[in-house]
Design a protein around this ligand. Structure first.
Ligand SMILES: [Fe+2]
Length: 261
């Protein structure tokens, strides 16, 4: 299933950048099925969320992994549990302990959807060790300024990586040159004034995928400025997963109960 020719290149890039963006690893026919099932799941189970958790505001629609059953969405399910896929990312990360994530709301995957101005997914750290995000729909619009992914790949220092999210947020990497005062060179990241030179801003198109260290990398989706549509299928891979984002409200982000979209 996986295009083995591109693995070496991605491994080198990941080693240098701690994030990779690609559109040539997953075969076309699998991508088409992933996209089809992803959009069916969104039609059937999507619900709107607007809240703040761990200093991070979130305004987007989501589908919980709990709604993505093997029977109804076999491609999403089988892709998530594929040993071939896990093997590819073990190779890319050089982490033999990597395995597919099994957290209920995140397994087999979860789906995020932004479709209106101001919709966004604020700066946050994941519980999952790694995230693979597949862009299944991305209509940029003629003058869309938002919707990019922001990423600080070295936010959490090595010695904090296994700690719960609140501790990881408390002890950011000293290399980040966090300023006391906000300025035009800084951006507010979970109440820290981080020098913008440490923030990677990554643009996407439909079919682009990215893979990053979710626990280590601070990341966000910047607010949309237009009525454009962006859908992503997000697959988790863990060597460690503590569920610490959800200590206060286990299903806050993904459980249904809010408005259907
Ligand atoms: Fe995330």
């Amino acid at each position: 299933m996986i295009n083995k020719n591109v693995l070496n290149e991605l491994r080198q890039t990941f080693k240098q950048n701690r994030v990779i963006k690609f559109n040539n690893l997953i075969p076309r026919n699998i991508m088409d099925l992933i996209k089809k099932e992803c959009h069916e799941a969104l039609d059937n189970h999507g619900h709107f969320k607007d809240f703040t958790m761990n200093y991070s505001t979130r305004k987007l629609s989501v589908v919980s992994g709990q709604d993505i059953t093997a029977l109804k969405y076999p491609t999403l399910y089988n892709f998530a549990i594929s040993e071939e896929v896990a093997d590819a990312f073990r190779f890319i990360t050089d982490n033999t302990k990597l395995k597919y994530g099994i957290q209920p709301n995140l397994f087999p995957c979860h789906i995020n959807y932004q479709n209106s101005p101001t919709f966004h997914h604020g700066w946050h750290l994941d519980d999952a060790g790694y995230k693979l995000v597949i862009t299944t729909l991305w209509q940029p619009g003629s003058n869309e300024k938002g919707g990019q992914v922001g990423l600080i790949t070295n936010f959490v220092p090595d010695h904090m990586l296994l700690k719960p999210v609140k501790q990881r947020l408390l002890v950011p990497n000293s290399d980040l040159e966090i300023q006391k005062e906000a300025s035009q060179n800084t951006e507010d990241v979970c109440n820290y004034n981080v020098n913008k030179k440490h923030i990677q801003v990554i643009d996407y198109q439909e079919d682009d995928c990215y893979f990053m260290e979710g626990r280590r990398s601070m990341h966000c989706v910047y607010p949309l400025t237009n009525n454009t549509r962006r859908v992503t299928a997000c697959f988790s891979f863990d060597d460690v997963h503590d569920g610490s984002n959800y200590q206060e409200s286990a299903d806050l982000l993904y459980q249904e109960g809010d408005l259907k979209i």
